[in-house]
Design a protein around this ligand. Structure first.
Ligand code: NAD
Length: 297
């Protein structure tokens, strides 16, 4: 079957019967563009880093985007860049009423809610497990895990009646690997996997998909905080150059750094109908690192 098919195809290709690279039709070209035209998305933590990159990507693909964050000055700056397709809503994800407000605001733009990207995050406390301060641990869980549960709850309240929607959650390689020291962060990010698993089948019945993206280290204020906290108990400051050097050292792909664009591409794929049959998935964006067990010779 397959082997014979492959052989025959190879024979036809080598005889020049099929051009090796078929030119794309107009419809196929369009398939890669404008994936979110007329759609409405909310991005928590959208004023900075990965969230801002996703806001750029979603607006570029035609969506109206509500950026929900607690950094109004960064939010306003981003709005200037993105133009009338974007809105900023002050939203502290530790408060259910703020998340509800941001999601309702998005819905009211076009009477629809297509994408909710729960992305806001903090590193929280870093240190040995026997020194974990439980109040700090609780504060980390509130932003990194509890807020995602609230975002899913309110997203689904709008998505169920319209019988469609896509939820994307920013996890981390810390969702599947530990050993960095920020215990609250690692526990929260692993918990997000549980959230995705526990909702996928239930939401599937309503034509709502839920997925996670799990990036490796990429240069953002959060990454700088994490690296500074890990370096000598936080006494050293970390520059963008330091992060780039560390990202490079850790890269699986020679001469190729993980960028915000790589992560935004993954978010777009899962958010849009390109990922239309994908739900309950954790898309790790790390060049293969977590899959590998690399032995140093
Ligand atoms: P970032 O610091 O650039 O962005 C985080 C955003 O979340 C900020 O805009 C911040 O204001 C917002 N935020 C924090 N607390 C909030 C709250 N209570 N309410 C509303 N917004 C709040 O960092 P980033 O790296 O872009 O982080 C985005 C997500 O990516 C986080 O969930 C993070 O865990 C995840 N992540 C980052 C990396 C990395 O290397 N940078 C790797 C894996 C996962």
């Amino acid at each position: 079957g397959n082997a014979l098919g492959a052989f025959l195809l190879h024979q036809r290709l080598s005889e020049g019967q099929i051009p090796a690279l078929l030119p794309l039709t107009q419809a196929e070209r369009e398939h890669c563009r404008n994936r979110l035209v007329g759609q409405v998305a909310v991005i928590t933590g959208g004023a900075s880093g990965i969230g801002a990159a996703t806001a750029r990507m979603f607006t570029r693909h035609g969506a109206r985007v509500v950026i929900a964050d607690i950094q109004p000055s960064l939010g306003e700056k981003l709005l200037k860049e993105l133009g009338p397709q974007a809105e900023y809503v002050e939203c502290d994800v530790r408060k259910e009423e703020d998340i509800e407000k941001a999601i309702s605001k998005a819905y009211e733009l076009e009477n629809r809610l297509d994408v909710v990207h729960s992305n806001a995050g903090i590193i929280g406390c870093v240190g040995p497990i026997d020194e974990v301060r439980i109040d700090e641990y609780d504060a980390t869980i509130a932003v990194d895990l509890r807020a995602a549960v609230i975002a899913v709850k309110h997203a689904v309240r709008f998505m169920k009646p319209q019988k469609r929607g896509s939820i994307v959650i920013t996890g981390s390689v810390a969702s599947v690997r530990g050993g960095m020291g920020p215990h609250g962060y690692t526990v929260a990010k692993a918990g997000l996997l549980g959230l995705v698993n526990s909702c996928a089948a239930e939401l599937g019945q309503h034509n709502i998909r839920i997925n996670m993206i799990s990036p490796e280290l990429v240069s953002t204020p959060l990454a700088a905080f994490a690296l500074a906290a890990l370096a000598e108990g936080g006494s050293q400051s970390v520059t963008v150059d330091d992060i780039d050097r560390i990202v490079k050292q850790n890269s699986m792909l020679p001469d190729r750094l993980l960028t915000h664009l790589d992560i935004a591409n993954a978010a777009l794929f899962l958010a849009s109908d390109m990922g239309g049959y994908i739900s309950g998935h954790n898309l790790v964006v790390d060049g293969g690192k977590t899959a590998a067990h690399v032995l140093q010779a």
